[in-house]
Design a binder for this molecule. Sequence first.
Ligand SMILES: [Zn+2]
Ligand SMILES: [Zn+2]
Length: 199
Amino acid sequence: MNPRSEFAFLLEASPRTTSSSDASPNHSLPALRIPPGESYLAMREDGEPLVTTECDPSHATPLFRLAPVRIAQLQVLLLVPVDGKASRVNGSRVPEIALLKPGDQLSLDPRFQLHVALVRRPYQGTPPQELIGKQCPVCTVPFESQTTIFLCPCGTGLHDEGDDRPAEVRLECAKLASLCPGCQQPMDRKESISTVPDV
Ligand SMILES: [Zn+2]
Ligand SMILES: [Zn+2]
């Protein structure tokens, strides 16, 4: 699991009353963040879903166990019904175990549709241990422990040094690249939410 990305459910109310033409989720939908490790998708007494790490939350009934896992290069969300309660993923009944990927839709009673999304968090700072000594894909200079890098959510690092380095030796590779050399995605410095499978 890439620590810079996490799953979330984008919550949409009453999808059955809307036409199929607006099937694409609106990214302003409220998001339920899914923490690393095991958590639960539960239904509160007032009928609103929530994600919690408590297996016996007060004022809520756990419906599914959740765990983000990585299978080969794919990030998926493991979903296990707590009590065999029926629900639907992409229109089909949830089997004993379902593996959800971004873009999948989970129906929790007729009132809610949950869109599976991946939240990607870019990072700027000193390189993680595994990148030290590896070459920057833009300038090919190996990363030193005290440099500053921009780390794309895909794991690619690029030099991103600033004012603390003299201009003559400053490496600003992240500013030179408009697309990440690793994943060809725009070098977005803001958190982004994607409902497209992460490959
Ligand atoms: Zn560089
Ligand atoms: Zn990337």
